[in-house]
Write a protein that binds this ligand. Sequence first.
Ligand SMILES: [Fe+2]
Length: 399
Amino acid sequence: MVVGGFNSLVFLFLISGFFQFNVVYSYTRPPPGETTLTKHHKPDAFPEQVHIYQVGKDRMGDLGQTKWTESTLDHINKSNYHMLLLPGDLAYADFIQKRWDSFGRLVDPLASQRPWMVTQGNHEVEKMPLVHSEPFTAYNARWKMPYKESGSDSNLYYSFDVAGVHIIMLGSYADFDSKSEQYKWLEGDLKKVNRKNTPWLVVLIHAPWYNSNRAHQGEKESVYMKASMEDLLYHAHVDIILAGHVHAYERFTRVHKSKSDNCGPVHITIGDGGNHEGLANKYIEPKPKISLFREAKFGHGTLEVFNATHALWNWHQNDNHEAVVSDSVWLINLSSVMDKLNSELLLKNINIMKENERLRKIAQQLNQENQTLLIELKRKLSNDASNSNNNASNNPAST
Ligand SMILES: [Fe+2]
C-alpha cells in the first residue's frame, strides 16, 4: 500500500481508517520523495508480551518544542513498544494551525513506526463563537481514528482490540449524558466485549474523574461525565481508566463512587508528557486514602500485558538520560477476579444447597422416628388402658 503526499504515517491512518500488523506500509515524504518502509508484527495473541505505551500529554509551546516533550519521546523511542495511546491535548495548536504541522513533524519519527491511537482534549476543541463554530475541525481532519469500525458515528469516541485488550477511547468533550449518542454507543460497545477474547478492558478519557491535584477541580467534563458513565464502566468490570489533562501523575486504587472498591477500575492520571504550561504541583492535603501515588514530574506510563490475568503498569519519570521507573504495580485482571469470585460464590451456594439437603434428610429421618415413637406411644397407651380395664373387670369387689 503506497500513499504519497502525506507527511507521516499519522496521515496514512487518516485516509486508511485502519492499521494492519504484518503488513508493509510505505509513504512518501514530500519533498523530495524520501520513502520509509516499516513492518509491524501482529501482537494479537497470548502469551506474547505486549507493550502499550501512553504518553500522557502533550507537547511544545510554540513552533519548537519543550525539552520535556523531547525527553519523553526520546525515552519512548528507546523502548520496544507496540502501540502508543494518547489521552488528548496533542499539539496545543489552539487555533494556530501551523502548530499542528510542527507537532506532526515532532512525532513523525515515532508515529511512522508504531500505531498512535489518540482521543481528544480541550486543546483540540478550537471552537470560537462568531469566528469558528464547528469544534474539532483540525483534530478530526488530521487525526482520523478508526471509529466507524467500532460502530461509532464520531471520531471523538471509538474502540478497538489489541492483543487481548479492548481499548475504549471516550470523548470528554463530546456529549456524554445518558441520552447522548456517545453513551448509547458505549453501552452497545460494552455489551459486545468478549472477555474470553479480550480479557482486559481499558478506557481512556481526557479529564480525570478522580484527581487530588488542585488543578482542574470541579470541571463538568470530570464531574458530570463521571456521574453519567461511572456505573456503566463499573458494571462492565473495566480494569483501568487512564486520563490526561492534569499535568502530573497520580494513581488511585480500585474505586467506585469515590470509595475504595475491589470491583472498580484503577484510575490513573498520566497528563505529564511535557507541555508549555508547566507541571501541576499543588495537591489537596491530606492525600485522600484512595490516592496511592502522586507526583508532579514529566514522564510516561507503560502497560505490559503478559497474559489474561496479569499486567504490569510502570510510570517512568524523565531523567537526563533514561526513563526512571518511579511507580510500579502489578494488576490482576478484573474479569478473572470476578470469574473467581463467581466461581467461589457458586461453590459456596452449592455447598449451602448440599448442607440444606443433608439437614432436610436429617429432619425427614427425625420426623419418621417421631412418627414411629408416636405410634409406639399410642399403642402402649392403648395397651395400658386395655390392661387397666381388664384389671377393673377382674376385681369388681375392690370398688
Ligand atoms: Fe487538557
